[in-house]
Design a protein around this ligand. Structure first.
Ligand code: SER
Length: 316
């Protein structure tokens, strides 16, 4: 098989697990990890790695040619909360990196591209429950604007140049291998660490903030399965809605209390509250189910068990 994969942003929350998963599936020398800096030991030891600035076209092209890359996963991005602090930096990183890989695909230097979108493409005027694939989209964050714009460009490159780009609107992602950075949904990871460490957590969102979320294993499975699907089955070339579970801070607390009865949560909402309030509470992902057979597997209680079991050693 001549498939050779490049992951850009391999040291981040999704990139780390995606790299390990793809190396297991396709063989470690077929999967080149890259990032602007080196990552955790398990990732660095698992196969080839390149230092790469996703916004520098020449650097990305050089690595793609040298390693004879066929498939690129672009996972480098600035997330919602950080991008509100550095709007132009967020915009430039999120857009320049996308244009670089779209250009490589247009010039047939790669065959296939995965680019992540997000529930942040939706805004305060979007229907909040069972948000459909096609609906009002008026994002109110820099991150959301960059993702919505990116979706339009992906579809454009597919229609105009036949670029095989595939995308998912990720909900908040929860994992234990690598910490997330700069997102509004990050509380749902931090809460497990603090529950084990202090039996207490101060949440930056209020108790009723219901958001769409997903355990990382499901997200990785979705990512690889959309990339491995037959080209004709991918009907949506902007980005697919994807749904795992929905909960608010009170519900995740109740789930943790089943294992740590003394655990307590308190609330100090900050600038991230209005970001969360502008996003949907639940997502209709029927098109992903229909087109490429998507099905989520892991529930809130199952996720809690996996998170606490795997993080326990760290805090003992
Ligand atoms: N998890 C992301 C964030 O909170 C949303 O895509 O920014």
């Amino acid at each position: 098989m001549k498939k050779r994969i490049l992951i850009i942003g391999a040291c981040g929350q999704i990139g780390t697990e995606l790299t390990l998963y793809l190396r297991e599936k396709f063989g470690k020398h077929k999967v080149i990890a890259s990032d602007i800096r080196e990552g955790d030991k398990p990732l660095m030891k698992s196969g080839p790695f390149e230092i790469l600035d996703a916004t520098n076209y020449d650097e990305v092209e050089e690595v793609v040619i040298r390693h004879e890359i066929t498939d690129v996963y672009l996972m480098a991005a600035m997330l919602s909360a950080t991008a509100e602090k550095f709007p132009m930096k967020g915009w430039n990183l999120n857009m320049d990196s996308l244009f670089n890989v779209l250009k490589l695909a247009k010039e047939k230097k790669i065959e296939k591209l995965f680019w992540p979108s997000s529930i942040a493409v939706f805004g305060p005027t979007t229907p909040k429950n069972d948000t459909p694939q096609r609906t009002v989209m008026e994002p109110s964050t820099v991150y959301g604007i960059s993702k919505q714009t990116g979706e339009r460009w992906c579809e454009y490159y597919f229609n105009r140049y036949g670029v095989d780009v595939r995308s998912i609107r990720y909900p908040g992602l929860i994992s234990y291998k690598t910490l997330p950075g700069g997102g509004t949904t990050d509380y749902a990871v931090d809460i497990y660490h603090k529950a084990l460490k202090h039996k207490k957590y101060i949440c930056f969102l209020n108790s009723e903030t219901t958001l769409p979320m997903m355990f990382m294993d499901d997200a990785i499975r979705a990512t690889v399965s959309i990339m491995e699907a037959d080209r004709e089955d991918i009907k949506v070339r902007s980005s697919y809605n994807l749904s795992g579970m929905s909960f608010d801070p009170e519900e995740i607390t109740a789930s943790i209390k089943k294992h740590i009865p003394k655990f307590e949560i308190s609330y100090e909402p900050d600038f991230r509250q209005p970001i969360a309030d502008s996003w949907p509470q639940s997502i209709d992902d029927s098109e992903a189910r229909k087109d490429w057979g998507w099905e989520s597997k892991i529930s809130l209680d199952e996720m809690t068990e996996i998170m606490l079991t795997n993080l326990k050693d760290k805090y003992q």
